[in-house]
Design a protein. Structure first.
Length: 578
C-alpha cells in the first residue's frame, strides 16, 4: 500500500508510511465509533428484557462507557498525530524534495516552464495535497476496509435489513466515482486557467514599466478583468458540477433510513424481527450515512487535488542532469560535432567542433543569433548538447556531475542575477567561504568601489530584488567581482562590457587583463567590440550555427569573409555619429 500512496499522491517514503498509519487509526476510530451505538442497544435490551426491574447498577453502563471513551481518546490522539503533525512534516519534506529535484534539473527545463508555475507548485499545490492528506485520504482508505466488515456483520444479524441499509448507501456513494471523469476534467480546466492567470499577472508586474510606456492602461486592465471573469465563470461551473453530484448522492443516502423502516416494520409486525434489532438497524443506518457523507466529501477533495498531484509528479519525473563527481585537473576544452537547439524546429548549433588549449585566450565572434552564448552555456553545462561531445581535460561533461564543473568555472553573462541582500553577500556568492577582506578586494579589482562607497551603508547596503537599486552597469560589475572572487581555472565571459560606459569599460578591461593572463587560466570570451579581442590567441568565427573559420586575427582577415564583414561593421559602428 505504501508504494500505491507514493505513486498516487507523489509522496516521500516517510509520508507514505505515515499515511498508512493514519489510515489504520482512522479505521480503528470508525470501529470504536460504533461503540456508543452498541451501548445504546445494550441499554434498550436492559429496558425491554427487564421491564419489571426498577433499579440498575450504574456500572452496567458507566464501565462500558468509560472503556469506550478511553479507547476513543487513545485512538484519536494517535490519529491526530498521524493526520496533522506528520502531514505538516510531509508537506515540508515534499517542498524540500521538489526543491532538490529542481536543483538537479538543467536550465533548459526552466526556460520551458514559467517560474510562477513552479512557485505555485511548491506552495499552493503542496498545500492542497497537505489538506487532503490530513482530512480526506486516510478516511477514504479506512472506509474501504470498514464498510465490508460492517456489512458482513450486519448480514449475520438480518440479511434483509442489511441489504435495505447497505444498498442505498452504496448506490449514493457510487455516484461520486462514476462522475469522477467529469469532476476531474472540470478541475483540470480550472487549475490550468488559474496558472495561466497567475502567469499573466506576474508578467504584467514584471513588465509594468514597459506596459506603462507603450500600452494604454485601460486595455491592460480590461484584459486582466476578462481573465478574472473567465476564471470565475469556470469556477462556478466546476463547483456547480460538484454540487449536483453531491446533491444527487445525498438524496439516495437519506433513502437508506427510510428503506430500513419500510422493510423492517412489516418484519417487526409479524414477529420475525425484535424491536431491539429494528432500532439497532435504524441507528446503524443513520451512523453509516454520517460516515459515508464524510467519505464522499473526502473523495471529492481527492478528485480536486488530482491536477496538483499530476503537476508535482511531472516535476519529479523530469529528466535530471546526472554525472559522477570528477576531479578536473586539465582545463583544455574540446567540442566534437556538437549540435543543439532550444526548440526542435530551429537548430542553434550544427556539428560544431573546436578545441581550446589550457591557458589559452579563445574568442568567439559571429553575427547575432549564431550560437556564441549557447556555446558558453553548453560548456558550463547549464544546458546539455543534443548530439556530440563536450570535453574538459578529456572528461565528457555529460558524465560529469555539475558540482565538479561549477567548481572550476567562473561565468559572467549578459544577464545578471542578483539577490535581494547586501552587496557583500551578493559578491560572496562567488566563493561562500571568502572573508570580508577578500570580497572587498574582488570588488576593487572589478572597479566597484567607486559606487559602493557612495551607497548609504556601503557593502552592507541591500540592493533590492535582482539589484533593482543599482544601474545596469553597476549590476554587471558586481557579477564580474564574483568571478574575481571565485578565481576559477576556466573563465567564461559573455559581452562583459555591454552595460558599461567607456571609462568603466577601460578600467574593467585592465583588471580583466591581469585576471585572464594569470596562473595559466583558460578563457573563452565573447565580445561585440572586435577591437578588444584582436590579440586573442585564437578566434572562432560562427555563422548560422556552424564554424566558419578558426585562427588569429590576421589569419581570419585573409581567409574569412564573415570575419572581415564583422570587422568592417564594427569599424562603421565606432565611427558612427548622430
Amino acid at each position: 500500500m505504501m508504494n500505491w500512496f507514493k505513486k498516487q499522491f507523489s509522496l516521500t517514503e516517510q509520508g507514505a508510511k505515515n499515511l498508512q498509519k493514519a489510515s489504520l487509526y482512522c479505521f480503528l476510530t470508525y470501529c470504536i465509533n460504533m461503540g456508543p451505538v452498541m451501548l445504546l442497544l445494550y441499554l434498550a435490551k436492559l429496558l425491554l428484557e427487564n421491564a419489571a426491574r426498577t433499579t440498575f447498577s450504574p456500572w452496567e453502563l458507566i464501565l462500558p462507557a468509560l472503556v469506550i471513551l478511553l479507547v476513543l481518546y487513545l485512538l484519536l490522539s494517535k490519529e491526530y498525530v498521524c493526520l496533522y503533525n506528520a502531514t505538516y512534516k510531509e508537506s515540508a519534506n515534499l517542498r524540500k524534495n521538489i526543491a532538490e529535484t529542481l536543483a538537479d534539473l538543467p536550465v533548459a527545463y526552466f526556460s520551458k516552464h514559467d517560474l510562477s508555475d513552479l512557485s505555485e507548485s511548491i506552495m499552493s499545490d503542496v498545500e492542497r495535497i497537505e489538506h487532503a492528506l490530513s482530512h480526506s485520504v486516510p478516511k477514504i482508505v479506512a472506509m474501504f476496509f470498514f464498510f465490508p466488515i460492517m456489512g458482513i456483520l450486519m448480514c449475520f444479524s438480518n440479511w434483509k435489513l442489511s441489504l435495505a441499509t447497505l444498498l442505498p448507501t452504496i448506490f449514493s456513494f457510487l455516484l461520486i466515482p462514476l462522475s469522477r471523469k467529469l469532476v476531474v476534467q472540470n478541475n483540470q480546466k480550472y487549475y490550468h486557467l488559474l496558472r495561466e492567470n497567475a502567469e499573466a499577472f506576474q508578467e504584467h508586474i514584471d513588465l509594468h514599466q514597459e506596459i506603462s510606456s507603450f500600452l494604454p492602461d485601460r486595455e491592460v486592465r480590461e484584459a486582466l478583468y476578462q481573465k478574472m471573469d473567465e476564471q470565475e465563470k469556470l469556477h462556478l461551473k466546476t463547483e456547480m458540477g460538484s454540487f449536483i453530484v453531491m446533491g444527487c448522492s445525498s438524496i439516495f443516502a437519506f433513502l437508506s433510513v427510510a428503506t430500513v423502516i419500510f422493510v423492517g416494520f412489516p418484519l417487526y409486525q409479524n414477529g420475525s424481527l425484535s424491536l431491539l434489532y429494528f432500532l439497532g438497524f435504524i441507528i446503524a443506518s443513520m451512523k453509516l450515512k454520517e460516515i459515508f457523507d464524510i467519505s464522499k466529501e473526502s473523495l471529492m477533495e481527492i478528485f480536486y487535488i488530482a491536477p496538483a498531484v499530476q503537476r508535482i509528479s511531472e516535476i519529479k519525473a523530469a529528466k535530471k542532469q546526472e554525472g559522477v563527481s570528477t576531479a578536473l585537473s586539465d582545463f583544455s576544452i574540446a567540442f566534437q560535432d556538437v549540435s543543439f537547439s532550444y526548440n526542435e524546429d530551429r537548430a542553434i548549433l550544427k556539428d560544431v567542433s573546436m578545441s581550446v588549449k589550457e591557458g589559452e585566450l579563445f574568442a568567439l565572434v559571429g553575427p547575432s543569433g549564431c550560437g556564441k552564448t549557447t556555446i558558453l552555456r553548453l560548456l558550463s553545462r547549464l544546458y546539455d548538447a543534443d548530439a556530440g561531445k563536450i570535453l574538459i581535460g578529456g572528461k565528457d561533461l555529460q558524465n560529469t556531475a555539475t558540482d565538479s564543473i561549477f567548481q572550476k568555472i567562473a561565468m559572467v553573462f549578459q544577464e545578471v542575477n542578483l539577490f535581494n541582500t547586501t552587496i557583500l553577500e551578493n559578491i560572496r556568492l562567488g566563493r561562500a567561504d571568502a572573508t570580508d577582506e577578500e570580497v572587498r578586494e574582488a570588488a576593487r579589482l572589478a572597479n566597484c568601489l567607486d559606487f559602493i562607497e557612495k551607497l548609504p551603508e556601503g557593502f552592507q547596503t541591500r540592493i533590492g530584488e535582482n539589484g533593482a537599486e543599482l544601474s545596469g552597469g553597476e549590476r554587471q560589475r558586481l557579477s564580474i567581482a564574483r568571478a574575481f572572487l571565485k578565481d576559477a581555472p576556466i573563465l567564461l565571459l559573455d559581452e562583459i562590457a555591454a552595460n558599461l560606459d567607456i571609462d568603466n569599460e577601460r578600467k574593467i578591461q585592465e583588471s580583466l587583463s591581469s585576471l585572464i593572463r594569470g596562473e595559466n587560466r583558460t578563457v573563452v570570451l565573447i565580445s561585440h567590440r572586435l577591437k578588444s579581442i584582436e590579440k586573442a590567441d585564437r578566434i572562432l568565427v560562427l555563422s548560422s550555427g556552424e564554424v566558419d573559420a578558426v585562427g588569429t586575427h590576421e589569419e581570419l582577415l585573409e581567409r574569412s569573409k564573415v570575419y572581415r564583414n564583422l570587422v568592417e561593421k564594427s569599424r562603421l559602428a565606432e565611427e558612427f555619429s548622430y
